[in-house]
Write a protein that binds this ligand. Structure first.
Ligand SMILES: [Zn+2]
Length: 338
């Protein structure tokens, strides 16, 4: 037996500092990726359009091609600890995206394995809501909280849950699907095939639907939103009207907040969180107009001894950076195996 083995490689491996991680956030329309440091500073980032990638393998190769020069500019791959990927329908337990409802990819896609093959670093993958909770914990308004629920509102509605300072992953890795709770049986159709899901009322599409309903129900009320064809209304139009003090737009977000607040009652009763954090592009911009209605609905309906304990906060991370920070947060927890 050779007692004088060469440990040069081990010594190199164990003495090099790895100050950065790679984040990749896959959203409905685009994927955002970049290099992030431990304080949440984005050193480099880029994006691609999802419509250009009907095939996930080509997507992985192309994104790696774009990531490698970024990595070189930041000091090379030895400076990178790991990669974190967030995507709707991402499963942390197997590193796969599973039957994504809002992407053109079908079936079970082993995306973590593909990137691990290309980049030769540990890669973790999780759903966008769980990633949001990790990101808000690491860099945002949940910093220091041990029990909270991140409510992520975009095209859909999901939640990421921290209990006793640990992320909840669930039995099969599919935790937090609050958006598909039936709140109005027989109500609006949902992308999942059911009717009356929370997501059909509290999401980008849901809020626009609430505004369209209000405009139809109250033809006598004047609002600048009537100048926009009802089918072309956007969240940005509604938020802009709120900022200008338009009573009808404000009522739309109060109504949405009331629905969400009631839906959060069982969540608050079950897990006794210190805070709900509204995040995601839609949650972040609409949140401040929904906060009061959420609190009222929650506390008028919650189990009496637990009332007025849970805060409702809005993410204040930069809108264009938050998805990347969320995706990168889990990467810090991955093990480096040399
Ligand atoms: Zn649904």
């Amino acid at each position: 037996m050779n007692t004088f083995e060469d440990h040069t490689q081990d010594i190199e491996r164990l003495t090099v500092t790895k100050p950065y991680v790679i984040g990749l956030c896959i959203m409905e329309q685009k994927a955002l990726f970049g290099i992030v440091d431990a304080r949440g500073e984005v050193l480099a980032s880029e994006s691609v359009l999802m419509e250009d990638y009907p095939d996930p393998t080509t997507f992985a190769f192309d994104v790696c091609d774009k990531i490698l020069p970024m990595v070189e500019r930041c000091g090379g791959m030895e400076k990178i600890k790991a990669m974190g990927i967030s995507a709707c329908s991402g499963n942390n337990m197997n590193g796969c995206i599973e039957n994504p409802a809002n992407l053109s990819w079908k079936g079970k896609i082993s995306l973590a394995k593909m990137f691990q093959g290309c980049l030769a670093i540990p890669v973790s993958l999780m759903n966008d809501a769980t990633a949001a909770a990790m990101g808000e914990m690491a860099f945002g308004n949940a910093h220091g909280l041990q029990n909270f629920v991140a409510i992520i509102m975009n095209m859909g509605l999901g939640s990421g849950i921290f209990v006793n300072n640990r992320i909840v992953r669930g039995y099969s890795g599919r935790v937090g699907e609050i958006g598909h709770t039936t709140i109005f049986p027989g109500g609006r159709p949902c992308g999942c095939g059911n009717r009356g899901c929370l997501e059909s009322y509290v999401s980008r599409r849901g809020i626009i639907g609430n505004m369209q309903d209000l405009l139809r129900q109250r033809p006598e009320v004047a609002t600048p939103l009537r100048d926009i064809p009802v089918e072309e209304l956007t969240i940005e139009d509604i938020v802009q009207a709120c900022e200008a003090g338009d009573e009808m737009a404000l009522e739309c977000l109060r109504y949405t907040g009331d629905i969400l607040g009631k839906a959060l009652v069982p969540v608050a009763n079950f897990i006794n969180p210190e805070a709900f954090i509204l995040c995601g592009m839609v949650g972040s911009v609409c949140g401040k107009y929904m906060q009061k209605a959420i609190l009222e609905a929650l506390n008028n309906n919650q189990f009496f001894p637990m009332r007025w304990q849970t805060r409702v906060l809005v993410s204040d991370l930069k809108l264009d950076e938050a998805p990347l920070l969320y995706a990168s947060a889990e990467a810090w927890n991955t093990k480096v195996n040399g």
